[in-house]
Design a binder for this molecule. Structure first.
Ligand SMILES: *Cc1c(COP(=O)(O)O)cnc(C)c1O
Length: 224
């Protein structure tokens, strides 16, 4: 299958998942995760109209970003070391992996220096997997309270990675829980604005994630 067919297939499946769950296709955005490919394939993805690009390491993203950043919106989706914030700040419209106070403080510092507001997702390790990054959901409010004092950092949503399952259906409770946590965060009133987004669902499980309320899905291998 060529790129166009693979993209069409993902979009058809997204659409079917929206219909099944009574959602509008416009409410779900597709991030093309280009970490597996180089500049030319990333350019091709953009030529096919996918303008939200996800990368998980600056080292790997650098050349692609330098050549193509004007054309799209860039999402940093990988674990972020505090000393690497300087590389990604101001370049990626969204950081999906905020998972600790020290990282929030560093983002605040660097965003303040650039006089920008950095939009972030709080990454939660909902399934409690040892191998995964992300904050323990029990610490969500504590981090939110801290972030509420940081004027250059805005929380736009919550993000999670579900465990790798052969049966995508098995991921459903994880996605449902992320949604519940978002609603609970909004009900708490800790942040004086509403947190709208859920970044959840990858190639193996994006349909289930959409059924459970994903507003951003991050899809790599199903496209590239
Ligand atoms: C690689 C990656 C994805 C995409 O994974 P695929 O299974 O290839 O779709 C999504 N999110 C994160 C955080 C990733 O690192």
């Amino acid at each position: 299958m060529d790129l166009q067919n693979r993209i069409n297939q993902v979009k058809e499946r997204m659409n079917a998942a929206c219909i099944r769950s009574g959602r509008k296709m416009d409410d779900v955005q597709l991030i093309a995760v280009t970490k597996y490919v180089g500049v030319e394939e990333t350019r091709a993805v953009m030529d096919h109209g996918l303008l939200h690009i996800g990368e998980n390491r600056w080292q790997n993203a650098k050349e692609k970003w330098e050549q193509l950043h004007n054309r799209g919106t860039w999402h940093f989706i990988g674990h972020l070391q505090t000393n690497k914030v300087k590389d990604v700040i101001g370049k990626f419209t969204y950081i999906h992996s905020l998972d600790r106070v020290a990282l929030a403080d560093e983002i605040e510092k660097k965003a303040a220096a650039l006089d920008i507001t950095q939009q972030c997702f709080i990454q939660l390790n909902v399934a409690g997997e040892e191998s995964k990054y992300g904050l323990d959901p029990e610490q969500l409010f504590e981090l939110a309270r801290h972030v509420s004092q940081l004027p250059h950092l805005q929380i736009v949503g919550l993000m999670t990675m579900a465990p790798l399952e052969t049966d995508a259906e098995a991921t459903r409770p994880v996605f449902r829980e992320l949604r519940r946590l978002r609603d609970e965060l909004n009900d708490s009133g800790i942040l004086n604005y509403e947190v709208l987004h859920l970044s959840m669902g990858m190639s193996g499980d994006y349909e289930v994630a959409i059924e459970e309320g994903a507003t951003w899905i991050r899809v790599g291998s199903a496209i590239l």
